[in-house]
Design a protein around this ligand. Structure first.
Ligand SMILES: Cc1cc2nc3c(=O)[nH]c(=O)nc-3n(C[C@H](O)[C@H](O)[C@H](O)COP(=O)(O)OP(=O)(O)OC[C@H]3O[C@@H](n4cnc5c(N)ncnc54)[C@H](O)[C@@H]3O)c2cc1C
Length: 510
């Protein structure tokens, strides 16, 4: 039996940058934030290295940032959304500063700006060198904790969105005190990405698209789920998840070779998807793939990339002398819950922000460092929208006060995704293998149909369901575009979106 609570305000599912930006912006309006594990764990936010893209340099403009974003998105971006989010970027940086983010600055106090692949200008704002994500997470966790209006429940994974009469009326969650039903008129999904669905990933293993499963079962439309960005230089040293070797290493002259020392592709500075495809083809034909940084940056490696050096050395590798084994790993999900400009899904009362959402910013390929930007801008936009809704509803019945449980003080039961019951862990490993084989970097009809067949018996499990939906969308997109490559349809077709809803996936139970 589950206990029932009436929440005075929205329930935000997820405590990364998107969820906590939403909670902070809502103040003084109240909200309840659910974190699946302990606060500050299980987020991609905390692991981000590069930074936040924003046109704040003297030679830059939001229009230039928008143009680079549209070019990367390969025809699937929503231009109005791109214009609006890139225009909001400088303010997002200011807002994070006002919340306490300590950005890296030049000696004159101006922001130090980095350059990343496919950005035409220096516009990557960063903190602590390659520790941007940790600084951002510290900022929003501290800020949320300071606010009386934000109630934080840890170890409280959401399990089901309750929809009655066509709109959201609550959410069911597990807590250390048992299952609960939280009555609310607004639920914000901010659950992050899906990298944990693949055998090779840079994401926390708990990022398995739980928000997509919640939204799908609630009847919401999901868009472009097949669009998964694979990072080409994840360090292949038997760690799960895999450590990331920044793209900047290739920028400093490192090349990609196979075990015979042959170049894997002519232009070592090619885009992520191009490099990932070339590597995948090598791996499939039995070769191994390495990042060769011995000549360039060579002896300067440790000075330029201190944290990658620490990781490599721990794995017994010296980047100045050894080839670094690498492979493509699932890194970022462009697809997600279809939302409008305010972050509302196709189910009234259900919102989404951050990596779980499909706003139209990234299209078929994300421009580096645009995802933290989207998380903060869109998290705050959802909050502003919810504040408006609440203002209008003041004429309605009074809101019942939230009844709290003291769950934050209770010890962790291990809800971080890796430590499920053994049979569930085994099932998830099996699902990861199926999804990787069928819906990895290179896809074709035979492999995708096999994945769908093998996942069909596991649709009751959220991980199995989301893997199935990704493969289903990948089968439907009979073209190659951006991050999605079909070897049986190598050309781009007419630009369009894939939509997945309960109605059009036969055999999938709600
Ligand atoms: C290694 C790495 C490096 C990256 N570098 C960059 C970069 O430099 N720049 C950039 O822009 N992007 C980068 N990204 C991507 C970026 O970090 C993410 O897209 C972004 O942080 C997502 O934020 P989020 O708030 O949407 O989700 P997350 O930060 O992943 O947070 C998700 C939250 O949801 C919770 N959750 C999940 N399911 C449930 C549930 N059922 N119930 C309750 N809570 C739940 C989790 O516990 C967590 O609190 C990187 C990603 C990785 C993995």
């Amino acid at each position: 039996m589950s206990r029932e609570f009436v929440v005075d305000g929205p329930v935000i599912v997820g405590a990364g940058l998107a969820g906590l930006s939403c909670a902070i912006e809502l103040a003084p309006a109240r909200c309840l934030v659910l974190s699946a594990g302990a606060l500050s764990t299980g987020t991609s936010t905390g692991w981000a290295q590069g930074g936040v893209a924003a046109a704040v340099g003297p030679d830059d403009s939001p229009a230039d940032h928008a143009a680079d974003t549209l070019a990367a998105g390969a025809g699937l971006c929503d231009e109005a959304v791109v214009t609006s989010i890139t225009a909001a970027a400088p303010d997002a940086i200011e807002w994070l500063s006002s919340q306490g983010t300590r950005w890296d600055r030049n000696s004159d106090g101006t922001l130090r700006l980095g350059l990343e692949g496919a950005h035409g200008r220096r516009r990557i704002v960063h903190a602590g060198g390659d520790g941007t994500g940790a600084e951002l997470l510290r900022t929003v966790v501290d800020a949320a904790r300071r606010l009386d209006s934000v109630t934080l429940w840890e170890h409280a994974p959401a399990r089901r969105i309750v929809v009655e009469g066509g709109r959201v009326t609550g959410v069911e969650a597990d807590t250390p005190d048992g299952p609960v039903l939280l009555r609310t008129t607004a639920v914000v999904l901010a659950t992050g990405g899906i990298g944990g669905l693949f055998s090779h990933t840079t994401n926390p293993l708990s990022s398995r698209g739980q928000g997509l499963a919640l939204a799908f079962r609630a009847g919401a439309a999901l868009r472009d789920l097949e669009m998964v960005q694979f990072h080409p230089t994840a360090l292949d040293v038997a760690l799960d998840p895999m450590p990331l070797v920044s793209e900047a290493v290739r920028g400093e002259g490192a090349i990609i070779v196979n075990e015979r020392g042959e170049w894997v592709l002519a232009d070592p500075l090619s885009a992520r998807d191009v490099v990932s495809r070339a590597e995948w083809a090598q791996l499939r034909s039995g070769h191994r793939v390495f990042l060769d940084a011995r000549n360039s940056p060579g002896e300067r490696f440790a000075e330029l990339f201190p944290s990658i050096t620490v990781t490599a050395v721990a794995a017994g590798l010296d980047p100045a002398r050894d080839l670094l084994p690498v492979r493509p790993a699932a890194h970022y999900h462009m697809g997600g819950v279809l939302v409008d400009a305010d972050g509302e899904s196709t189910v009234p009362g259900l919102y989404a922000a951050g990596e779980v959402a499909s706003t139209g910013l990234h299209g078929a390929n994300r421009l580096a460092s645009n995802s933290l930007l989207e998380a903060v801008v869109c998290g705050r936009r959802v909050a502003r929208r919810l504040r408006d809704v609440r203002r209008q509803s003041r004429t309605g019945p009074p809101v019942v006060e939230l009844v709290e449980t003291p769950s934050a003080e209770i010890a962790a039961p291990g809800h971080d995704g890796r430590f499920g019951p053994p049979d569930q862990r085994q099932l998830h490993e099996r699902i990861r293998g199926i999804v990787t084989a069928g819906a990895g970097v290179l896809r074709d009809e035979t492999g995708l149909r096999r994945a769908l067949r093998d996942l069909q018996p596991h649709l009751d499990d959220d991980t199995g369901l989301v893997g199935y939906l990704v493969a289903h969308a990948a089968l439907r997109r009979t073209e190659s575009r951006g991050a999605h490559t079909r070897t049986d349809f190598p050309q781009a077709g007419v630009a369009g979106h894939t939509l997945v809803t309960l109605d059009d996936v036969a055999g999938v139970a709600a």
